[in-house]
Design a binder for this molecule. Structure first.
Ligand code: DC
Length: 209
């Protein structure tokens, strides 16, 4: 049987991580937060004083680091679970995520990771349905109003969230884009369980057809 993958994409604060985590838990599947990988590479570049605009230096760094996302986000064995959510990383991660060398390395790791899972996987990010797993069993695109997305991101603020969306959507390398065949869900004002229920219903429907 081919591996089942649910690919979830959407802008910052659209509910991807929360929904993907709850969905994976409900299905008993593995879960991968790919944003945490880009954030961890950013953290390591900042820690080592590497200019995040230096494409080849950051690309080489991305290819060489050891990364984990669960149970904790670590880079070369250093726990960065909290540091990856700081303003400093929020401010630099879009540049790192726009680096094609970094993306090539992260995408290869994501595919390798998924291939190693025994059961299905839920993977969330920006390019999961369009680039990483275009053959995913189910593709989901989450949206929400900017106001609600900024609220969910706590201290980050509307301006920073909007700036990151703009950078992620308009970059050359794998920009945030809705796959043509994605289930599009607006999570504004909706409960997590409700959204998860709708995705599971869609998955069940796929299998019964
Ligand atoms: O989902 P997040 O906010 O943790 O993502 C952090 C950054 O990484 C965000 O600016 C977009 C980028 N990203 C990406 O380009 N591709 C992914 N698959 C996941 C995240």
């Amino acid at each position: 049987m081919t591996q089942q993958i649910i690919a979830i994409d959407g802008p910052a604060g659209s509910g991807k991580s929360t929904v993907a985590r709850a969905l994976a838990s409900a299905l008993g599947w593995a879960f991968l937060d790919t944003g945490a990988m880009y954030r961890a590479v950013t953290c390591e570049a900042l820690e080592r004083g590497i200019d995040v605009n230096d494409e080849s230096a950051v690309g080489a760094l991305a290819a060489s680091v050891h990364l984990t996302t669960l149970p904790r986000v670590t880079v070369n064995g250093r726990d960065v679970e909290e540091v990856i959510r700081t303003d400093r990383v929020n401010g630099a991660v879009s540049v790192v995520a726009a680096n094609a060398l970094v993306r090539a390395s992260m995408v290869a790791r994501q595919r390798q990771w998924a291939a190693e899972q025994r059961l299905g996987t839920v993977v969330e990010g920006r390019d999961i349905s369009t680039v990483v797993f275009p053959e995913a069993t189910l593709k989901v695109f989450l949206t929400a109003s900017l106001e609600e997305r900024a609220r969910r991101r706590g201290d980050e603020g509307e301006a920073s969230v909007a700036r990151r969306d703009e950078a992620d959507t308009n970059r050359d390398a794998s920009p945030l884009r809705q796959a043509d065949d994605a289930l599009v869900l607006d999570t504004t004002g909706r409960k997590v369980d409700d959204v998860v229920g709708e995705i599971i219903a869609c998955l069940t429907n796929l299998h019964s057809n």
